[in-house]
Design a protein around this ligand. Structure first.
Ligand code: OOG
Ligand code: NI
Length: 269
C-alpha cells in the first residue's frame, strides 16, 4: 500500500472518530488493544454534479480500486456501487447516492442550494472525501429534508466523510460468530440497530451484518445548534462461495436496513 493511500485512510479514520467517539471504544472492546481489520468503508452523496457517485469514485479508481457490484434501493430512492482493491489489506468501498429528482420539488430545491455552494475544484482532491459539509443549512431545512429522506438530512448535516467503518469479523481473533460480537457489544453498553433483526443476512446469502445505532453529536446549523445522529460502526462476517473464497459483495436487502442506523427516530430513544 502506498504511503499516500495509507495517509488517506488515516485521515478518513481520524475525521470519522471525531464524530463517532464510540468507534474508538468498539476497537478497545473487540480488539483488546490489537489492530482491527476493516471490511469496508461507506460513503453517501447526492446524484448531482459535481458530487455524483461516479465522480467521487474516481479518487478510489486512482488508488487502484475497481467497480464490482451495483445495488438499487427503490423505497429509499438510492443506488449504490462497491469497489474492491487487489491489496487485501485495503477495505472495500461502498458508495451510495440519493436519486434527488425522485423527491418533491421542495427537497430538490434545498439539495440544489446545498450542492451549488460547493466549489467544484474542491471535489478534484481526494481530501474532499473527508471534508464535511460545504454549505450553510438552517435547522428548518434540515427538518424539512428529514420528513422525506433521513439520508438527505444526514448528508445536509454532515456532508462528505465516512458514514461508517466496518469491522471484518472473519479476521477478529476470539470471535467465532457475529452473534458473539453483538453480545459483547451489548454487554459493553452499545445499542444495536434492530431494524430487520440485529443480524441482517445469513450464511445463505454469504454475508451477515450488524451495526451500532449512530452516536449523537451537536451540529451547528445557520440558526441554532442541534444534537443529531452522526455515524455508526458496522460488523460483517463473510462466508465462502467456493473453497477458500469468501463472498466479497453486498446484500441489498440487508444494506436497506443498515442505512437506518442513522435514523433520528430510532436514535432518539
Ligand atoms: C450504507 C448502508 C449499507 C452495507 O454494508 O450494506 C451498508 C449507508 O448507511 O450509507 O453499509
Ligand atoms: Ni456497510
Amino acid at each position: 500500500m502506498s504511503q499516500q493511500v495509507e495517509q488517506f485512510f488515516e485521515n478518513l479514520w481520524n475525521d470519522y472518530i471525531k464524530l463517532t467517539p464510540s468507534a474508538a471504544k468498539v476497537h478497545q472492546v473487540l480488539g483488546q488493544g490489537r489492530d482491527i481489520i476493516n471490511d469496508h468503508v461507506a460513503f453517501r452523496t447526492f446524484n448531482k454534479a459535481p458530487v455524483r457517485l461516479a465522480t467521487l469514485a474516481k479518487h478510489f479508481e486512482a488508488m487502484g480500486y475497481k467497480a464490482c457490484g451495483d445495488y438499487t434501493f427503490e423505497a429509499k430512492r438510492l443506488v449504490a456501487k462497491h469497489y474492491e482493491h487487489a491489496d487485501p489489506q485495503l477495505p472495500k468501498i461502498f458508495i451510495s447516492e440519493l436519486l434527488v429528482e425522485e423527491f418533491s420539488p421542495e427537497l430538490q430545491d434545498i439539495v440544489t442550494q446545498l450542492v451549488d455552494q460547493i466549489d467544484p475544484s474542491a471535489v478534484e482532491s481526494a481530501e474532499f472525501l473527508y471534508s464535511g459539509k460545504h454549505w450553510q443549512i438552517s435547522s428548518n431545512d434540515y427538518e424539512r429534508l428529514l420528513e422525506e429522506s433521513e439520508y438527505a438530512a444526514w448528508m445536509a448535516a454532515f456532508g462528505f466523510r465516512a458514514n461508517h467503518f466496518t469491522v471484518n469479523v472473519n479476521e477478529l481473533p476470539d470471535y467465532e460468530s457475529l452473534e458473539q460480537v453483538n453480545q459483547t457489544l451489548k454487554t459493553a453498553g452499545f445499542r444495536l440497530n434492530s431494524s430487520g433483526g440485529e443480524i441482517k443476512g445469513s450464511p445463505d446469502v454469504f454475508l451477515e451484518q450488524s451495526s451500532t445505532m449512530a452516536d449523537s453529536t451537536p451540529v451547528r446549523f445557520s440558526d441554532m445548534e442541534k444534537v443529531i445522529p452522526s455515524c455508526f460502526y458496522e460488523f460483517a462476517k463473510r462466508y465462502e462461495i467456493a473453497p477458500e473464497k469468501l463472498y466479497t459483495g453486498f446484500v441489498a436487502a440487508s444494506a436497506d436496513k443498515i442505512f437506518e442506523s442513522t435514523d433520528a427516530k430510532s436514535a432518539a430513544e
